[in-house]
Design a protein around this ligand. Structure first.
Ligand code: NBP
Length: 482
């Protein structure tokens, strides 16, 4: 009997995804480069399930129904290209190659074109939710050769997470790199959400001097509010977790953050697209600053700070922090969706933003009740240019802004760093400003480089140059946007 799908790579993600598929009634063939892992898996967690082992790629391909579906769950990068090269000659026209790893979307764009040129179909799919998601139902973001979707759909939509009404957290994102692009944005948003939660925690810990148990209670309350989400939930539980000696384990964890690069990719993409993704940018830089532990320790001794004590009402301020956190979250998602809109335009993709919000509602790290609000915003207006213009966002932000300003002001006066909460507020103030100081910027550019400017009293698109010093000529630069 032939298998429905073949999986290459039996590390944490591959193994759990295979068990998920088998649990949903699919037959799966598995292969791993280090073949002992195949035997170990078959004799262990896979025992008695509809899972067949293969000890070579030829054997794996020979075990599959047609059109064959081969899914790679291996380390992103060179391993994927090597496997593609070996697999192409083993597959036939119309067979489907799927990359379920965290590949960078420009790589997936190139691979899709290459694999399609060989007569095969290619899918790059984001899989989010870590180990538990892979086993119980991840959020899945496939994109690539459109003809592959009807074939992979029954399996993907069966194994993925579901929202309360049963809608699957998996849908077709679009052509070539869209799946991995949307997964990258998901990871960037994850960086932002984590950062604003961490800043809120620091404000409670260092400004309000709250204990871990008190903060645990706050996060528990917050998780029952519109902030209800996986990341708030795990933060609540982390704050309650005690070490062997009964003290909070969190207090003993070194404050240097690691990163694997997907946040950085998101910010690079924002810079390429000219999208102001300020909050996620600050989240990435904050991890970098945190990693400079030794320098920070030395600098903390060099600059003896005289941070004033907080003298306001703690309970009210803690609630202000909740509001600031929610406001910044609204901004972060508005910025993230804005980046998607721009990248879609420059790559010729048509992304369905409401569908993306729905897919992230379950299974993944950023799952939250709030994503339902984004889905509703795009249902109201699929062509919405910026989430801040949606009536729900507008009403909510107007309500939150006073508390948000109080939190950022107090953080600044008390010397508590809040790069994400404050940069999001500056973005909000900039986005909602009719006048920014870029008139001066344009004057400076014209002054030193004859870059020209538009005038408020002349039609847009008409460019002027002025001989500011009387010494320069009247020749304008042709590179207006330099
Ligand atoms: P890893 O990223 O640790 O990759 C290990 C797997 O890749 C092993 O099966 C290994 O085989 C295989 N492999 C390597 Br390394 N080089 C290979 C090559 N040249 N040819 C064939 N196989 C090769 O596994 P993971 O943590 O399960 O993640 C899998 C993918 O899913 C990654 O792209 C990851 O970024 C992504 N992802 C991970 C998570 C997570 O929470 N871990 C979440 C979402 C997405 P071997 O046994 O022979 O060394």
């Amino acid at each position: 009997k032939q298998s429905d799908i073949g999986i290459i790579g039996l590390a944490v993600m591959g193994e759990n995804l295979v068990l998920n598929m088998a649990g949903r009634g699919f037959t799966v063939s598995v292969y791993n480069r280090t073949t002992e892992k195949v035997t170990r898996f078959l004799e262990g967690r896979a025992e008695g399930k509809t899972i067949t082992g293969a000890y070579s790629l030829e054997e794996l391909v020979g075990q599959l129904k047609r059109p064959r579906m081969v899914m790679m769950m291996v380390k992103a990068g060179a391993a994927v290209d090597q496997l593609i090269e070996v697999l192409i000659p083993l597959l036939d026209k119309g067979d489907i190659l799927i990359d379920g790893g965290n590949s960078h979307y420009p790589d997936t764009m190139l691979r899709t074109a290459y694999v399609e040129s060989q007569g095969l179909l290619y899918v790059g799919t984001g899989v989010s939710g870590g180990e538990e998601g892979a086993l119980k139902g991840p959020s899945m973001m496939p994109g690539g050769s459109p003809a592959a979707w009807p074939h992979i759909r029954p399996i993907f939509q069966a194994i993925c997470a579901k929202v309360e009404d049963g809608s699957p957290c998996c849908d077709w994102m679009g052509k070539n790199g869209t799946g991995h692009f949307v997964k990258m944005i998901h990871n960037g948003i994850e960086y932002g959400d984590m950062q604003i939660i961490c800043e809120s925690y620091q404000l409670m810990r260092d400004l309000l001097r709250m204990t871990a148990d008190e903060m645990h209670d706050k996060f528990r309350e917050w998780n029952d509010s519109e902030l209800n989400s996986y990341l708030i939930e795990i933060t609540r539980d982390i704050l309650a977790f005690k070490d062997g000696d009964g003290a909070p384990l969190l207090d003993k964890i070194l404050d240097t953050a690691g990163q694997k690069g997907t946040g950085k990719w998101t910010v690079i993409s924002a810079l390429d697209e000219g999208a102001p993704l300020t909050l996620i940018g600050e989240a990435v830089f904050s991890r970098s600053l945190s990693a400079m532990k030794d320098e920070r320790v030395a600098a903390s001794k060099a600059y003896i700070s005289s941070r004033p004590h907080f003298s306001g009402n703690k309970a009210t301020f803690a609630d202000d922090i909740r509001k600031a956190l929610y406001a910044a979250k609204l901004i972060s998602y508005a910025q993230g969706f804005e980046l998607m809109r721009r990248a879609a335009k420059s790559n010729g993709w048509s992304l369905n933003y409401g569908r993306i919000a729905l897919i992230w509602r379950g299974g993944c790290i950023i799952r939250s009740v709030f994503l339902g609000k984004i889905k509703e915003a795009f249902d109201r207006n699929p062509a919405l240019s910026n989430l801040l213009l949606d009536p729900y966002f507008k009403r909510t932000l107007e309500e939150l802004v006073p508390a948000w300003r109080r939190v950022v002001s107090a953080a600044v006066t008390h010397g508590i760093p809040v790069p994400a909460l404050s940069s999001a507020l500056s973005y909000f103030d900039g986005y909602t400003s009719e006048f920014l100081p870029a008139n001066l910027l344009q004057a400076q550019r014209d002054y030193f480089g004859a870059h020209t400017f538009e005038r408020t009293d002349a039609p847009r698109g008409q460019f002027f140059h002025v001989n500011w010093t009387g010494e320069g000529g009247m020749t304008a630069s042709t590179v207006y946007n330099a």
